[in-house]
Unconditional design. Sequence first.
Length: 403
Amino acid sequence: MDIKNNKEAWQSGVSKNITFIVTKDCQLACKYCYLVGKNINERMSFETAKKAIDYILSREDEFNEESVIWDFIGGEPFLEIDLIDKICDYLKMEMYRLNHHWFNSYRFSFSTNGINYHEKKVQKFIEKNHEHLSIGITIDGTELKHDLNRVYKNSGKGSYKDVVRNIPLWIEQFPFAGTKVTISSADIPYIKESVLHLYSLGIKEVNINVVFEDIWKDGDDKLFENQLIELADEIIDKEYYKDYACSFYSEHIGKPMDIKLENQNWCGAGKMLSVDAAGNFYPCTRFAQYSLREKKAWIIGNVNDGIDKNKLRPFLTLDRLTQSPQKCIDCEVASGCAWCQGENYDAAETPTIYQRAVAICKMHKARVRANNYYWNKLFRKLELEGEREEYEKNKPNEPLKIC
């Protein structure tokens, strides 16, 4: 995502995130993908998208956030570039026609596997909408790490070479763009070399997180911590911290939380809105059926009847206290520990969103230990070299929180 370019121009307040699930098809079958129901049949029609847009734009008093992110996902969204182009043209035309407060305050957002990024239709769309685009290409690191998980669905062949060829073009068009890296149990040993490899490709911001699902093995947390410490040494010793960022290291994590002051929900489910090919509305993409292993889809309405606020209401009452076990509330390193509302729901013993999944607990604690090592070492170095004040003034933006 291009986080620096025009950031202040389009969003000076809270933005609404509205997601079109334009297809459930993808060229890849990534082994850690939470989309368990991908298929080639469920493709959005323009008529469905138009109904969703008309419903949303006609209710400006309900959708009153200062800015909007029109998000397009799949599967792989750029498989439906013709549809997306038509949707975006309609959005621009209608926001202008209605003199809507979002007209000069919107983004079209994409997370793509990057395989067909170079194609003529995609490039034409980018050229037409560049000033309002945020595009992230997912590349997981070195060829070895990337190809462990991000494989073609038909052949099982790794996709690294087909993605990396498009990285120079992407960076040329979006110099401040960041990639999103996912870590599962099998690829922990490759974290350090993968982050450094992404830096070598010219990617300055590496957003990276562990999966929320309960897949972690004994000893994974120690391996994880060791990789982050080794990476910290490399970033600090070679001074990558001056120009590059990695979301694993943050000055704002690993502290106790005062539940009276910091009781907000981590996840934005319910404040966001997703719509699929059938025209159903969801509080987040993770509540659509193709995202769920164990539970039924949580539909909050549709493009014909609108949003049922009774079905949405539970999400609006969520906070940290109502869904966390006592050990999470009392945890000495609670700050920065994330959760996904969809995974909470899918992993819960009953169909509830009020049972927090805690599979990443040991991984978060390992991250905090490595994070403390990183900042202690960095600040000692800066103090010794008399550069602390200069660093604080010019340090790179901390990567955005990601789910």
